[in-house]
Design a protein around this ligand. Sequence first.
Ligand SMILES: C[S@@+](CC[C@H](N)C(=O)[O-])C[C@H]1O[C@@H](n2cnc3c(N)ncnc32)[C@H](O)[C@@H]1O
Length: 220
Amino acid sequence: MTTGAAYDEIADWYEDAFLAAQGDADPIGVGAALDALLGPGDGVCLEVGCGTGAHADRVRALGWTPVGVDLSAGMLRRSAGRLTAARADAARLPVRDASVDAVIAVMVHTDMPAYPAVLREVARVLRPGGVFVHVGVHPCFCGGFADATDRAALIIRPGYLDVHWTKDSYTDQGIRDKVGAAHWPLPALLHAFLDAGLDLERFAEGGGPTPMTLAVRARA
Ligand SMILES: C[S@@+](CC[C@H](N)C(=O)[O-])C[C@H]1O[C@@H](n2cnc3c(N)ncnc32)[C@H](O)[C@@H]1O
């Protein structure tokens, strides 16, 4: 199962409606997590699943040189002018071993049923000591089992405990009812980092009153 083609269908909506609605706000703490966990640097930073390149300016402002890969030609079309990017599967990166200073994966793990393989590729392409920052939907509070109609009174239904793929969503205004989402419970997600040989280093949560994102910094 892959979501690359599904994103071709929604690339213009993603850029012109979904991202545009957020403007410069950072409602679920994605920008704050990149600032805090990636931080300043001056090498190449590869974004796996870069989409329309929404984070390229922030990565560049931190001093890194942003490059990206994405499966969706439609999303990459909208990334033009923001970063150098290629069409490729994050689970089979066209990148040499130990050649990249930093990798980020932002709001993509739920789009990648092969995320454990993606993490192994991240570990392969990072130079020793290189930094990896994952920012994804919070596995405990987001997913087909979570009804966030009222953010102040989140409803968690059965389903969290199983690794699964679903298009279930409490809203038809988001991404997941359109392209679907993979889910791993928190221990399975964190074990995938460890199994890839990545060393976990720092964590952050973003959004409120219940966190909507979980961010992880790890090193090769
Ligand atoms: C929710 S979007 C996030 C895009 C961007 N990171 C952002 O935060 O705006 C998920 C992206 O992952 C890409 N994607 C899904 N599976 C992929 C894979 N196996 N390899 C590379 N990109 C993939 C999709 O095409 C889509 O652009």
